[in-house]
Design a protein around this ligand. Structure first.
Ligand code: GLA
Length: 669
């Protein structure tokens, strides 16, 4: 049974690191937090060295004062275990706990997350401090949630040391039920003389002369995710023993090309799912990513979630760190709420004067309150208060996109037909036209219950096991519309090619069979019937039942089907054997959506306005976000209310200001 976070309204705040400042500054902090409407902050994330000055010796006096102060000012604490940054004394005593990278270099301490996830010394020390903290603050009235660790795997997702090798072997012995022959079979070790005669011969996939074994690498990725998850679960247990009623979270990073953890396995272990999201300076379209990541996190959580970190302005870890444009801070935060966030938090409260992140933006910038960011932060606080009633409401969708970390890991390993395939980019290409047209999307695992959906898309599913493949094809057979992207269904869960023609697992349902892939060179495109072009990929598809919707019009595959549609059972299955240009893909997905009976959340929404719906048992909350800076008039239900301005919309329309946001409550009758 999951514990819930009990806060009235939406949470608002950020990482609060008062230990970085003299105590005189704290009084100003809480005063300004009140001014900004901050009601929850994450504290203690990197405080281990201050809390435990020497092994087993504790000094909680500063944290006592911080939590008491927050409580006195009505600010809740999301209290972190400080285990992401072990102190220097720990590594002096346990140098064997330092991580070793892929090339065999032992990394040094001096930053953060420089520990081996399999280190027994680290586990002992982490659980000890988590236990001390849990027992001391279990009943502290400020503490409303445990924040376990910080961004697991951000810097140390993989450690290749001998201790990790032993842990990997233990994991493999469990997975293969102590049957080495089963491992040899799964890994295909007859290839290149890789046969293992003893478990002790197996090592992590360290730097080696040629391409490592694919299944070895894939099992390694699975192990690394599980190894960190076991640390998270161990901390969660220790905290739950001390404080059975307090919910626990840890901050995920589902985007920004971080792909180390299989969050489908992580999400069920946490009471509250939270996520960190940063924009890419180089991508002016990165507001799409807010929607995509929000929908993915909402799907992982099965409902509302918390945005644990994002930035008020520039970050400090990209080559050039772009500041946000006017209105962007507010638009970004409210877009996260639209996609299911029940709380908005930033890294961090007060911009640091010293240390590695001194050039990272914050809620309270170096310039202080005489700054645009501060004005925006205060305004946002008031607006989030005005949106308090959306808490607990959630989006629903009739369209699902299949998202699978195994498939992502496997497709992005070396020695594929093309090294240009990027899982996130492929999924984003298919997500984007749906986002632009206001179609709500859930993300699902291949073996998810699909009964709520009319349309299921698998833009990229290189690897799929039999159960996942059957689940997807039976969805079509029972009347659903399934669309599958190229190079999907190609291998099973052990990365073994499904023989007899691609796309292996989906061949029959799609009514096609491919005998050879023809990946395209980086700048190459291929013409498509109907006037569009394809990039990245082509293949010699033979229709074995499907009808050709569009064929390749030039190159060696002229006349060969590129996009096909197959009546399968009571439903329809599409195959897309290239990456169509955005207009062609949008038209294709529009047709598939129309045929499936999927509608946008609202019709008549002007171009550039993102429309997102959250629903409670009694009301619809329609978020309208202007991404083009043009503003618009949008029709709404009679008797609707715009919540940010508390305006009754008596004339049946709402004005979305240029670059702005409107949130409309429509009571269902
Ligand atoms: C991550 C970390 C934070 C901080 C931010 C900076 O999300 O969790 O501690 O380093 O990045 O963007």
């Amino acid at each position: 049974m999951k514990r819930t976070l009990s806060l009235p309204g939406l949470a608002y705040g950020g990482d609060y690191n008062p230990e970085q400042w003299p105590e005189e500054v704290w009084a100003e902090d809480v005063r300004l937090m009140a001014e900004a409407g901050v009601n929850m902050v994450s504290v203690n994330i990197f405080s281990w060295a201050l809390l435990e000055p020497a092994e087993g010796e504790y000094d909680f006096s500063r944290l006592d004062r911080i939590l008491d102060m927050l409580y006195c000012h009505g600010i809740a604490a999301d209290l972190a275990t400080p285990t992401a940054a072990p102190p220097a004394w720990f590594f002096k005593a346990h140098p064997e706990a330092l991580p070793v990278d892929h090339d065999g270099r032992t990394l040094s301490y001096g930053s953060r997350q420089t520990f081996c996830p399999s280190s027994p010394a680290y586990r002992t020390a982490a659980l000890r401090i988590a236990g001390e903290l849990g027992r001391r603050y279990a009943d502290h009235p400020a503490v409303v949630m445990w924040h376990i660790h910080n961004e697991y795997g951000c810097h140390n997702a993989e450690c290749y040391c001998d201790t990790s090798a032993q842990a990997f072997r233990r994991w493999l012995r469990e997975k293969y039920a102590d049957d080495l022959a089963a491992l040899n079979d799964a890994w295909g070790t007859t290839f290149w003389s890789q046969w293992y005669y003893d478990w002790d011969e197996i090592i992590p996939p360290r730097a080696t002369g040629a391409v490592p074994n694919p299944t070895h690498q894939l099992d390694w990725r699975r192990f690394c995710s599980d190894e960190l998850l076991s640390l998270c679960k161990a901390e969660r247990e220790v905290l739950a023993q001390a404080a059975p009623a307090v919910p626990a979270t840890t901050n995920f990073m589902v985007m920004y090309n971080f792909d180390a953890l299989d969050y489908w396995r992580w999400a069920p272990e946490l009471d509250v799912v939270s996520n960190d999201h940063y924009l890419r300076s180089t991508d002016p379209e990165s507001e799409i990513d807010i929607a995509l990541s929000g929908d993915l996190v909402r799907s992982l959580a099965g409902g509302p979630w918390l945005l644990m970190e994002h930035s008020t302005g520039a970050v400090n870890w990209q080559p050039v760190n772009r500041a946000k444009t006017p209105g962007e801070l507010r638009r970004n935060a409210l877009a996260h709420v639209a996609h299911g966030a029940d709380g908005i938090a930033y890294f961090q409260w007060r911009a640091a004067k010293a240390g590695a992140e001194q050039w990272h933006s914050a809620m309270l910038p170096h310039a202080g309150t005489d700054s645009v960011i501060w004005q925006d932060v205060v305004r946002l606080g008031a607006e989030l208060r005005a949106l308090g009633e959306v808490r607990g409401s959630t989006g629903t969708a009739e369209t699902a996109i299949v998202w699978d970390w195994d498939a992502r890991w496997a497709m992005e390993m070396p020695s594929q037909p093309s090294a240009a395939l990027r899982y996130l980019d492929l999924v984003r290409s298919w997500y984007e036209p749906l986002w632009r047209s206001g179609v709500a999307v859930d993300f699902v695992r291949p073996d998810a219950d699909l009964s709520a959906y009319r349309l299921v898309l698998a833009p990229s599913l290189y690897l799929v096991d039999d159960a996942g493949a059957t689940n997807l094809t039976s969805f079509a057979e029972r009347g659903g519309t399934l669309a599958v992207g190229f190079h999907s269904g190609a291998v099973d869960e052990n990365c073994h090619v499904r023989l007899g023609g691609y796309p292996g697992a989906f061949r029959e349902a799609l009514g096609v069979s491919t005998d050879e892939y023809f990946p395209l060179l980086p700048e190459e495109t291929v013409g498509l019937e109907g006037g569009g072009t394809g990039s990245l990929w082509s293949e010699r598809v033979r229709a074995t039942g499907a009808q050709t919707v569009s064929a390749f019009t030039d190159g060696p595959l002229t006349g060969v089907p590129a996009i096909t549609r197959h009546g399968y059972g009571a439903g329809t299955a599409w195959y897309v054997a290239t990456l169509p240009d955005p207009d062609t893909l949008a038209a294709l997905l529009k047709r598939a959506s129309d045929e499936a009976g999927v509608a946008p959340v609202r019709t008549g929404i002007p171009r550039g306005i993102e429309a997102v719906l959250r629903r409670s048992p009694t009301a619809d909350y329609l978020f309208l976000i202007d991404h083009l800076g043009l503003g618009a008039e949008v029709p709404v239900a009679p008797d609707a209310v715009e919540l940010l301005t508390a305006t009754p919309l008596t004339n049946g329309t709402v004005t979305v200001p240029p670059g702005g946001v409107a949130v409309i409550r429509e009571v269902r009758g």
